[in-house]
Design a binder for this molecule. Structure first.
Ligand code: DO4
Ligand code: MG
Length: 280
């Protein structure tokens, strides 16, 4: 499997431990026409071209440059049930039930690149919110033609009290500085070695060194297909710089849980890796 990291020294391919640093910028490489050749070349490398410490978290940047970040919602039963409960007093519960069943998925704009934290960087909770959770999600990396190039891990930070008060507040619950994290790398899509359909999505939140919450789901629990989500996203909508699409959460902490400043969030999706962020 080939992984692409965005590092302080530029993009670096990792092909089974053999590193190949690249001269192009992140977007030129990932969204450009030369990507298939660059992948073939990286696969053929037999000696490492860089010190492996280049991939240490401290040297990693968010795996994004100019791409937009969008998200799909209510793609897992667990998310539907949690959302119906959180918004029932506002009379919004029914909407989640409907969108779970409807052909048209929930899709929303999540972040411009400057709102995205990379591996080891801090995510934020809003000052005007009291109930906040991370959402561990598989993120699709999609080029301007709508082709899925690879996969990364996304954290769709969410203010559940704002979202629950009124579904029309969703953009404020979802989009603010430090609202999203991506990383640690892009696992390049490979038809010969596809991402396992039942890959795990694991969330662990630590507070003061102790586990405050842990939960797990599997991609097999997702109601929608990747291509289905991408095709809806691209309806009458173009992405000249490419787009990242978070595919929804299947892990929701209990309603008594809220994130606090200093919490450590770790999201793991084998074989992509683990994305770690602290709450500012
Ligand atoms: O409808 C609210 C957002 C849903 C969401 O972000 C998710 O299911 O992951
Ligand atoms: Mg989400």
């Amino acid at each position: 499997m080939i992984r692409l990291y965005n590092t302080v020294a530029g993009p670096v391919f990792d092909a089974n431990g053999h590193l190949r640093p690249m001269r192009e910028s992140w977007s030129e490489l990932l969204m450009g026409d030369r990507l298939p050749t660059a992948i073939r070349e990286a696969r053929a490398v037999t000696r490492t071209g860089a010190d492996p410490t280049l991939l240490a978290e401290v040297n990693l940047l968010p795996p994004i440059a100019h791409e937009e970040v969008w998200a799909a919602g209510v793609t897992y039963l667990r998310s539907k049930v949690a959302r119906m409960e959180e918004s029932k007093d506002a009379g919004g519960g029914n909407f989640y039930d409907k969108v779970y069943e409807a052909p048209r998925p929930e899709l929303f704009f999540k972040a411009a690149p400057h709102r995205v934290a990379g591996p080891g960087q801090k995510v934020r909770i809003r000052h005007d919110s009291k109930w906040n959770v991370p959402e561990p999600e598989l993120a699709l990396v999609v080029n301007p033609k709508g082709l899925i190039l690879g996969f990364t891990i996304g954290n769709d930070m969410s203010s559940r009290d704002i979202e629950g008060e009124n579904p029309l507040y969703l953009p404020q619950a979802k989009v603010y500085d430090g609202c999203c994290a991506l990383g640690p790398c892009v696992l390049i899509a490979d038809p010969n070695e596809p991402l396992p359909k039942d890959a795990a999505v694991e969330l662990e939140i630590r507070r003061g060194g102790e586990v405050a919450f842990s939960g797990k789901t599997s991609l097999a629990q997702m109601k929608r297909k990747f291509e289905e989500l991408v095709s809806w996203l691209f309806r009458d909508n173009s992405f000249p710089s490419g787009v990242y699409l978070l595919t929804g959460t299947g892990v929701v902490p209990p309603d008594t849980f809220t994130l606090q400043s200093g919490d450590d969030i770790a999201i793991t999706i084998p074989p992509i890796g683990t994305l770690r962020n602290k709450v500012a």
